[in-house]
Write a protein that binds this ligand. Structure first.
Ligand code: ATP
Ligand code: MG
Length: 575
């Protein structure tokens, strides 16, 4: 492609909303074009890199036995009602009506569609296992679309679904996809790690997120340097502090004026925060968005509540719970803002962190303004409707596997794999006949890759202050030929020859033949991040050009043929 002919609009200034390098660089290089909040179009360079990632994904999916299909992005509500997710998916589901008032959604994922395919098409055990996938635009009406392609409302996702006869088959399919994902992200040039993850609105039992390390990532990962443990903080299990064998002391109400926070109470009474418990109060909603109950969650005063664990314990969708209005909740349940404790609380669901069961003589709110109670003990003084781990694994806490202090890091979730089991085949009635002609539920897995988010993640990991530094595998072009003076006949001729020879050898080449100053061209070449730059300048008359890799600082002078051979070899090795 000749740059003089290409639709390329690079920007010197970026809009304020672009905060992170990948978003800024995609805007500056004109890869993407914003149409609305979280909705982007892809311009020539952007689209080329996206297709590179798609092709890597496609090759590895095909190699792993996947069959590509393409379903519509428009999905009928009935299928989502069948699975029970029309409500459960919440406000992220982009709902639309047709002219007859029929409900549809723009698919955020496609478990229902693919389950529907097998429930009608698969009858016999002989048809299993099967793995179907598509690369399709997805829609999620995200609460906070941001960071360009990182969290958009319209994005491209590869979604695969595996169908097996039994759980043993699912384990095998899951492992195959896990291995394929490892190959894909390696080929894309990412530094990443698969980590244990929560299953969220997709459901199922087991899951891993593939997380590309990055400070701007929205996934927080807890990991251990002494063993293999790595999990999202949402998912990571906590080790409860050892149970205390202290004697239970008598309850004692104490006057604690103006001590609404744990810090204030602990300081006022001269105890550690870990000797207190705190209450977090919530209201839940039903399918019509009507309030349908209150929840009080109790954890040790020095801990942090994990909302995902709480939502999982309650077995409700994430969007159907909110912090309660303390006064309103107080009128029905007897709690008092800032002084809520478990004793005497009524008409609400009480969720107790498992750790509190073994702790002794804690300080808790007295459900009375300006009062706390000392020596509160689980079992003797209060009980929970649900007792389970609902706290965050914090940095420095013991690793749930080996006990060493845990570390935290941030990353970008580029893909996720799920063992769904029979969640969808059960709700939607997808069965097959086994060898004995008995009906059995199909056992499913599902596997997603954010294609557009992966491109953003690659840029996050591969850039410097001058621009993108594409890995060859996903670069929009392999080589850029920069002609210093396009009007110079010799320079133009040498550049054209290199351009033609490289293309003949299968390389993807940009020829910067624009009538711009060399400084501008070099700046643009660095900004665009094309892996190999060949500069044709004064030396052209003697058959000499300059050869430089975008990722290296040094450049070398080479004969024209030598430069061509070197470029072809490098492209073939790295593409
Ligand atoms: P997140 O936790 O970031 O919201 P998710 O866990 O809801 O993502 P999945 O349902 O696992 O996402 O979707 C599969 C993949 O699709 C994700 O791993 C991610 O790469 C991509 N993806 C999900 N949401 C978005 C989005 N809003 N914008 C771009 N890519 C996305
Ligand atoms: Mg996910």
């Amino acid at each position: 492609m000749k740059l003089s002919k290409m639709h390329l609009k690079t920007l010197r200034e970026v809009p304020n909303e672009a905060e992170i390098p990948s978003h800024i660089l995609m805007m500056r290089t004109g890869m993407i074009r914003r149409l609305a909040s979280g909705v982007y179009g892809f311009m020539p360079l952007g689209w080329r890199s996206i297709r590179k990632v798609e092709n890597i994904v496609r090759e590895e999916m095909d190699a792993a036995g996947g069959q590509e299909i393409l379903m519509s992005a428009v999905q009928p509500a009935e299928l989502w009602q069948d699975s029970g997710r029309w409500y459960a998916y919440g406000p992220e589901l982009w709902r639309v009506k047709d002219r007859h008032g029929r409900d549809f959604c723009l698919g955020p994922t496609a478990e229902e569609i693919f389950t529907d395919i097998v429930r009608t098409d698969v009858t016999s055990h002989r048809q299993l296992p099967m793995n179907l996938y598509q690369i399709q635009t997805k829609y999620r009406d995200e609460a906070r679309p941001r960071f360009g392609l990182m969290r958009s409302r319209e994005f491209i996702m590869k979604d695969s679904y595996s169908f097996d006869k039994d759980y043993e088959g699912l384990d095998k399919s899951y492992q195959e996809m896990y291995d394929a994902y490892t190959k894909i992200f390696t080929r894309c040039g990412l530094t990443f790690r698969p980590v244990e993850a929560d299953t969220g609105a997709i459901g199922g039992s087991n899951s891993h997120e593939f997380t590309a390390f990055s400070e701007v990532g929205e996934s927080e990962i807890a990991f251990c340097e002494h063993c293999d443990m790595a999990a999202t903080v949402e998912r990571a299990e906590c080790v409860d502090a050892p149970a205390s064998d202290a004697e239970m002391l008598a309850l004692e109400e104490v006057h604690t004026p103006e001590t609404k926070t744990i810090e204030e109470v602990a300081a006022f009474l001269g105890v550690e925060k870990s000797q207190t418990m705190k209450a977090l109060l919530f209201v839940t909603y039903d399918e019509e968005q009507k309030e349908n109950g209150y929840v009080a969650a109790f954890i040790r005063g020095d801990r942090e509540l994990n909302m995902i664990k709480l939502v999982n314990a309650l077995d409700i969708p994430e969007h159907s719970i909110e912090f309660a209005d303390e006064e309103k909740m107080g009128a029905s349940c007897g709690c008092v803002g800032g002084f809520t404790g478990p004793i005497g609380l009524h008409d609400c669901k009480i969720v107790v962190d498992s750790e509190l069961v073994g702790q002794k003589n804690l300080v808790a709110g007295a459900n009375k303004t300006d009062y706390h109670i000392k020596n509160v003990n689980y079992g003797r003084d209060f009980e929970g409707d649900i007792v389970v781990d609902i706290k965050n694994l914090l940095e420095g806490d013991p690793c749930p596997v080996c006990g060493a202090p845990v570390k935290h890091t941030r990353g970008i979730e580029v893909g996720q794999v799920f063992k769904l089991g029979t969640k969808y085949s059960e709700s939607m009635g997808a069965t097959y006949k086994d060898e004995n002609q008995q009906d059995q539920l199909i056992v499913m897995g599902c596997y997603g890759i954010g294609i557009t988010r992966t491109v953003a993640a690659v840029i996050e990991q591969h850039h410097d202050e001058n621009g993108i530094i594409w890995p060859m595998s996903v670069a929009p072009y392999h080589v850029i030929i920069t002609v210093m003076k396009p009007d110079d006949e010799v320079q133009a001729e040498v550049a054209e020859k290199i351009y033609a020879d490289l293309q003949k050898a299968g390389a993807e080449v940009l020829l910067d033949d624009r009538k711009e100053r060399p400084g501008v061209k070099f700046k643009d070449a660095d900004l665009l991040g094309i892996p190999i730059r060949i500069t044709v300048g004064r030396g052209a008359a003697d058959g000499i050009v300059e050869y430089k890799m975008r990722r290296d600082a040094d450049k070398v002078e080479l004969g024209v043929e030598e430069a061509i051979t070197k470029a072809i070899t490098t492209v073939n090795e790295e593409k």
